[in-house]
Design a protein around this ligand. Sequence first.
Ligand code: 8YV
Length: 312
Amino acid sequence: MKPRLLQHGRLPDALEARLAAQYDVHPFWQERDPAAFLAAHGHEFVALTTRAAHGADAGLIGALPALRVISSFGVGLDKIDLEAARARGIAVGFTPDVLNDCVADAAFALLMDVARGISAADRFVRRGDWPRAAFPLSTRVSGKRLGIVGMGRIGKVIARRSQGFDMEVRYHTRGPADGVPYAHEPSLEALARWSDFLVIATAGGPQTRGLVSASVIEALGPQGFLINIARGSVVDEEALVRALAAGRLGGAGLDVFAHEPEVPDALLGLDNVVLLPHIASNTRETRQAMADLVERNLAHFFQHGKVREAAI
Ligand code: 8YV
């Protein structure tokens, strides 16, 4: 008999087909009354798939008393209640590392775009403004100072990318990271003051909520640029919008927002902001690798009792 698997949120089509061949999958995202479904059928499921955007909260985990394994499509764990899983001995698999390159590339795409005005210049050409006016001067990237918030898997790749642009790197984490050749800055505000570009590459969740506060944004200042490929929750979004609108921050490149898919209206008219719909890992190659790992984590669990890439 195939293990019964609850699918929380859509997954890439090919992965859904592969999972359906191996597991007795129920598409939970189609349920009109999820609570009633869980009350009647929650006890049937031994496996759960989810994605970073949906996670698995204590309520869902609690409604699945036979659950043994969660396999999440994504590296972010901020929406999975790891404590609830740990307390029940539920294995949690996720997809780290395979997305580092594409997320770091996206951070650099945003950085280059917002500094050089690439998207704004594209709009300028399309509007037919070129024959009538000169495009305003932009900001040099090469040789500048790059501050990185978080020096995990993705932060390290962003730092490596920056070496091709002869940038000086410093980073902020709670304590210095092992084996990292860049200067550690214990104060995030001091790092922001020093930085030309501040890139957020730290995990979301309660520990980092609002870490990039109004005073950090002020410290980055009117010549500084903020890049966020992590989670919207890490930034005080209202303070960010106010600073951008008032010219107290040079610009921002954002892949993530506090209330996705909502983007603050005030940002839509600003030319010093580049806005992406949370696509940093969204390449065919990386999504394939993530899908493979979601499948492999489950297969490994059912063969060996533990997932390949364990979050806890
Ligand atoms: C994806 C992400 O967009 O991995 C993450 O944590 O935020 C992105 O890679 C997401 O996982 C898809 O839900």
